[in-house]
Design a protein around this ligand. Structure first.
Ligand code: TMP
Length: 260
């Protein structure tokens, strides 16, 4: 790992220079943060599980013609992705009230929203990722109107697809966060889905019990975060039936021992 040039380190991932120009290696850490990194911890094996879940979701999205940065998974914690220029906007899609919208507008958590809401946040840790409108995005040139049209269109398609995918495995897709990037091809930039889709950036509730199967377990000190992430992967068919988290970790340790 030390042989590679590190391009960027975020809270949950590290980006390394890829094997070919225009590619990067995205490494998934076990580190977890919340409330703009005021709360820090680790969720054992999270990186391994999120790598698999994100691979799965991005692959399915590419089948419905959502362009993504994902190329292929390389190993337990890494995937090869296209290098993009990240658009500094966090796109949040909400189907059910929870988290900041409940707090900000006093809407009881769990209320089904009459229609899906797309929100934009300016990606700036020092400012605490403030909520912004399309007016701010246009005014400060963070993305063009054409790019915002493509982003909103993709966000709705991704939401439609993921609501169905999760409903099929007994999970309610409450909300989630997306990031997009510009992919340059001969002087022409196209907006594609970047980052990851995993229980770190989604609220996933069991359809029947309402049990939280996402990072809110960590944010709210509920415990059982490893089991929750693993349950999502298991229901998606990404873990062999009856396998334990320890199996995932054993595989990861095995890989590390081989020095891969
Ligand atoms: P929020 O209710 O805290 O605004 O979060 C909405 C969704 O976005 C939720 O699924 C968690 C996700 N999210 C992130 O992935 N990263 C973040 O920094 C924040 C604030 C939320």
């Amino acid at each position: 790992m030390s042989r590679r040039r590190q391009i960027y380190e975020g809270k949950a991932k590290i980006l390394y220079e890829g094997p070919e120009p225009g590619t990067l290696i995205q490494y998934f850490k076990d580190d977890a943060t919340a409330f703009n990194a005021l709360k820090k911890g680790t969720i054992n094996g999270k990186g391994v599980i999120n790598n698999r879940i994100s691979e799965h979701v991005f692959t399915l999205l590419s089948h419905i013609n959502v362009p993504t940065h994902f190329i292929r998974r390389l190993n337990m914690r890494e995937q090869l992705v296209r290098q993009v220029e990240i658009i500094p906007i966090e796109v949040v899609v909400r189907n059910v009230a929870a988290g900041s919208i409940s707090k900000r507008l006093g809407i009881e958590e769990g209320t089904q929203l009459p229609r899906t809401i797309i929100e934009y946040y300016y990606k700036d840790d020092a400012l605490g990722d403030p909520l912004i409108s399309e007016e701010h995005i246009a005014c400060f040139g963070w993305a063009s109107p054409e790019e915002m049209h493509d982003i909103a269109d993709m966000a709705i398609r991704i939401n439609d697809f993921m609501c169905g995918m999760f409903a099929g495995i007994g999970i309610r897709l409450v909300d989630f966060k997306l990031e997009f990037g510009r992919f340059w091809e001969n002087d022409f930039a196209r907006v594609i889905l970047a980052d990851e889709i995993s229980p770190d950036g989604c609220r996933l509730w069991d359809l029947t019990t309402g049990e939280k199967l996402d990072k809110d377990r960590f944010r709210q000190d509920l415990g059982g975060e490893v089991e929750a992430y693993q349950e999502v992967a298991r229901r998606l068919g990404l873990l062999p039936e009856g396998s334990e988290e320890s199996d995932v970790l054993d595989l990861d340790t095995h890989r590390k021992k081989r020095g891969k």
